[in-house]
Design a protein around this ligand. Structure first.
Ligand SMILES: [Zn+2]
Ligand SMILES: [Zn+2]
Length: 215
């Protein structure tokens, strides 16, 4: 609520997807097309049910919270917030994600995020993942710490652990914008696990595929 009020002060409310003036995050027409995932499988955040494609046993993720299907207005919002300079969307998406994490009673010590390699973040003007992760940390009243450093690699971004001055605990919430194949999130979570992370919870705004690491 505080975040929403702050954003209202800075800019008139516009739908994050179609930019029509009106309530945030989405106007009624766009909101009708937002697909909320609801409480599905705890481990992969997808719709549970027999035979659903879950994280494989070896995946270093203990639980996943996913808010929306990556489609329609949600996909449009994330694309413009990531690539189109509409960075004001991230605190709002972070707020929505926080509410869902509180409802799910996620219990962690520290919030971190899947970072964007510096060169890409410079080109875009910001690291959207850090904006999202810090918004979630502040919403949960937990420390938000940049525990990972990213660099680009031919086969996808690679992550290195950045030892913090003071690690508040080992139960970590790893925030990212979209979960697709799960490769990126699993790579980042693997680095956290290798450096003492236990009970790693992945929180994503949207989930694109039904098959974490299943591609
Ligand atoms: Zn709209
Ligand atoms: Zn599952």
């Amino acid at each position: 609520m505080v975040v929403t009020a702050l954003v209202e002060l800075l800019a008139p409310s516009r739908c994050l997807a179609c930019r029509a003036r009106g309530p945030m995050p989405w106007c009624a027409a766009c909101d009708a097309n937002v697909v909320r995932i609801g409480h599905g499988c705890q481990r992969c955040g997808g719709r549970s049910g027999r035979g659903h494609a879950c994280w494989p046993t070896r995946a270093p993720v203990d639980a996943t919270v996913a808010l929306y299907d990556y489609a329609g207005p949600v996909a449009a919002t994330i694309r413009t917030a990531k690539l189109g300079g509409a960075h004001g969307a991230w605190p709002l998406l972070g707020h929505a994600l926080t509410e869902r994490l509180l409802a799910a009673e996620v219990d962690v010590d520290v919030v971190t995020w899947v970072p964007t390699p510096a060169e890409r973040a410079r080109r875009r003007g910001y690291d959207h993942a850090a904006l999202l992760g810090r918004a979630v940390a502040s919403g949960l009243g937990l420390p938000g710490v940049a525990l990972l450093h990213a660099r680009t690699h031919l086969r996808g971004d690679v992550y290195r652990f950045r030892p913090p001055a003071d690690l508040p605990g080992t139960r970590m919430l790893l925030v990212d914008d979209v979960l697709t194949t799960g490769q990126t999130a699993a790579r980042a979570a693997g680095v956290l696990r290798a450096h003492g992370g236990d009970g790693i919870v992945l929180a994503v705004v949207a989930r694109a595929g039904a098959h974490p690491l299943g591609a």
